[in-house]
Design a protein around this ligand. Structure first.
Ligand SMILES: Cc1cc2nc3c(=O)[nH]c(=O)nc-3n(C[C@H](O)[C@H](O)[C@H](O)COP(=O)(O)OP(=O)(O)OC[C@H]3O[C@@H](n4cnc5c(N)ncnc54)[C@H](O)[C@@H]3O)c2cc1C
Length: 318
């Protein structure tokens, strides 16, 4: 049986959902899955990782601060020791920084932002969006080991109820880059790239205050992030962290609601792989309707408050 090593991110022992998706993606290939964790609370993460399909958890211990280059060396060393066939990390900021380093040390290839992974005999088939999401590239990894990052929300997590065997390994402490701290800009807000539901607004909302209807809908739905088109980010209405698209974040939530967004190719590049897409636009010819599963032609300032009221009513009776 082949083994896939997965880098699992966590906060004080709570594993990020994106990493559990990675574990599920690896497990679905029929491989043995080994998770590797680092940082304070690494050992606490093991229970959840076992529950989601990791048979073993390797904890890198002893380093007070995270170093991407030292962690890359450590992961590659573990990958070699275990003779793994693949290495996966979620396509988060950390994963996108770390995975190329691991690939370099393993003299391997890197498939970035994958949306599909399956075993194919002795090799692995990997699919990933290309040309701003206009095409899907179906690739086969034929080398001894592949590295990949997985697009967030592209793989369902799976609780299998297992228990992982935990081992510790000293982390390298001679990194050239040390992350001394991470300052959250908007504390407590759900990241648009990770949220299961995203409600995005565009220039059709007329002014920054127009986003009140978007925020109200997001709050009514719950567990929902607010997104934005580049036009409104450039105008200073919303922070860049909310921008969806080619030069913003790539999102793939179960439900994406685009309000007052025309559907420019650069915006679509960032949300095309969402599960269900709903568009609300007063122009029936807006390009976003070509992509949408459901469309409402109407004024956002009439449609969205009505939708919010309906959601609240439903939630109250649920
Ligand atoms: C290199 C490059 C990179 C880019 N990267 C990105 C990116 O990452 N993300 C991104 O989003 N864009 C990006 N863009 C910009 C992109 O091309 C578009 O200009 C932008 O997406 C348009 O934003 P919008 O849909 O909010 O505005 P508009 O195109 O102006 O559309 C506004 C829409 O609102 C509708 N509307 C108006 N009033 C109402 C109302 N009352 N109710 C309902 N609907 C209404 C209109 O019918 C219209 O369809 C990029 C462009 C370039 C050149």
């Amino acid at each position: 049986m082949s083994t896939i090593l997965v880098f699992a991110e966590h906060g004080a022992g709570t594993v990020r959902r994106a990493s559990l998706e990675c574990i599920a993606a690896a497990k679905a290939t029929g491989s043995d899955v080994v998770a590797i964790v680092t940082g304070q609370g690494a050992t606490d993460a093991a229970e959840s990782l076992g529950n989601h399909g990791a048979s073993r958890v390797v904890c890198l211990t002893g380093a007070d601060q995270y170093s991407p280059d030292a962690t890359g060396v450590d992961i590659a060393a573990v990958a070699c020791d275990l003779g793994v066939r693949g290495f996966l990390a979620a396509a988060t900021s950390t994963g996108k920084d770390l995975a190329p380093r691991v690939a370099m040390h393993l003299d391997s290839v890197l498939f970035s932002d994958c949306t599909g992974l399956e075993a194919a005999g002795d090799s692995f088939k990997i699919s990933r969006p290309w040309l701003a999401g206009k095409a899907i590239a179906n690739c086969t990894s034929t080398g001894p080991v592949f590295c990949a990052t997985t697009r967030l929300n592209s793989f369902a997590t799976n609780e299998v109820g297992g228990t992982a065997e935990v081992s510790e390994r000293p982390a390298s402490t001679d990194g050239k880059v040390i992350v001394t701290g991470i300052t959250a800009k908007e504390g407590g807000k759900l990241d648009v790239a990770e949220a299961p539901i995203v409600v995005s607004g565009g220039r059709g909302l007329k002014e920054p205050e127009g986003f009140k209807i978007i925020e109200d809908l997001a709050e009514a739905l719950g567990n929902t992030a607010v997104g934005a088109s580049r036009a409104v980010v450039d105008a200073g209405w919303r922070p860049h962290s909310e921008q969806v698209g080619q030069t913003g974040k790539v999102v793939s939530p179960g439900l994406y609601i685009a309000v007052g967004i025309s559907g420019a190719i650069q915006h679509i590049a960032g949300m095309k792989t969402s599960g269900v897409i709903v568009a609300i636009n007063k122009d029936p010819d807006a390009p976003i309707f070509k992509l949408a599963d459901y469309g409402i032609v109407g004024d956002a300032f009439e449609v969205v408050p009505a939708l919010t009221a309906a959601v609240k009513e439903l939630m109250a009776t649920a």
